[in-house]
Design a protein around this ligand. Structure first.
Ligand SMILES: NC(=O)c1ccc[n+]([C@@H]2O[C@H](COP(=O)([O-])OP(=O)(O)OC[C@H]3O[C@@H](n4cnc5c(N)ncnc54)[C@H](OP(=O)(O)O)[C@@H]3O)[C@@H](O)[C@H]2O)c1
Length: 260
């Protein structure tokens, strides 16, 4: 039974925003575990570079797509449908952030961030559903994994208002989709704490040590942490889990109670 129960070998996976950061870490994890991976991001050159770098680990393809555009999401799913009989896993990882003081926070930051972080995962799940259904079996359902954030679980210490709201929204959308798409598609979210990526570079530069110290495990996230969680949520080991939001933060948010 072990380790087959955790296997994703032979599965086809789409990771949006897979060209760098957390998406790249997840894509590498799937490839090392024997899955075929499609990555996407807005920039064609970033897609080409990441595909080249990831190809040492396995069968990887890259298709440029701005997930904020419904038309480009449709083209992405159509391109995968033209090549694959089905899609086992959709990882909605691409995301946007915006930080500004409360008085200066622009309305446009809500349009941009909510479109990328909430609307796009819904649109992609909707468009990919037929392909996910094709790959799904009673013994091994298809999966949607949404990348949320601990900023959607607890109130962050900086002015990223539309981001924290979007992450709380994607957590709840995860539960709603889980209710509607089961049993053929299981839908879960990972809520990461700090990981070393471009999006987090400034915050980690300013407060990386403090964040690591504040976490009970005493460090920030590492690529294997997020890759293993995504692989677990894509394997039959997680067949009885849907609608879950898994904090992946070394206890940073989950143990952050009132300490007098
Ligand atoms: N890093 C952390 O500590 C942390 C913590 C909690 C949650 N998260 C979440 O993890 C996810 C990945 O974040 P990250 O830290 O890895 O960020 P990142 O380093 O900025 O990477 C973001 C990725 O998404 C792509 N992307 C951005 N906007 C896109 C769009 N509209 N359409 C398609 N692709 C787009 C980027 O490529 P292009 O620029 O080429 O489009 C890039 O590949 C996000 O959902 C983020 O909210 C991160």
């Amino acid at each position: 039974m072990f380790p087959e129960i955790f296997s994703v070998a032979g599965k086809t996976v789409l990771v949006t925003g897979g060209t760098r950061g957390i998406g790249y870490m997840i894509a590498e994890g799937y490839l090392r575990a024997g899955a075929r991976v499609y990555i996407s991001s807005r920039k064609q050159d970033a897609c080409d570079e990441a595909r080249k770098a990831l190809s040492q680990y396995g069968d990887v393809h890259a298709i440029a797509c701005d997930v904020s555009s419904e038309q480009q999401c449709r083209a992405l799913i159509d391109a995968i449908a033209a090549r694959e009989p089905g899609l086992h896993v959709l990882v909605n990882n691409a995301g946007a952030s915006w930080g500004a003081p409360f008085d200066e926070f622009p309305g446009a930051a809500f349009d941009k961030v909510l479109t990328a972080n909430v609307k796009a995962p819904f649109t992609l799940a909707q468009l990919a559903r037929p392909l996910l259904e094709k790959a799904s079996t009673a013994a091994d359902p298809a999966r949607v994994i949404n990348i949320g954030s601990i900023d959607g679980l607890v109130v962050p210490g900086f002015g990223n208002y539309s981001y924290s709201a979007s992450k709380a929204a994607i957590h709840h959308l995860t539960r709603h989709l889980a209710a509607d798409l089961a049993p053929s598609i299981l839908v879960n979210a990972i809520a990461p704490g700090p990981f070393p990526t471009k999006m987090m570079a400034k915050a980690l530069e300013e407060a990386g040590d403090k964040l690591a110290e504040a976490s009970p495990v005493g460090r920030i996230g590492e690529p294997a942490d997020i890759a293993a969680t995504a692989v677990f949520l894509s394997s039959i080991a997680s067949n009885f889990i849907t609608g879950a939001v898994i904090p992946l933060d070394g206890g940073l948010a989950t143990t952050n109670g009132i300490r007098l």
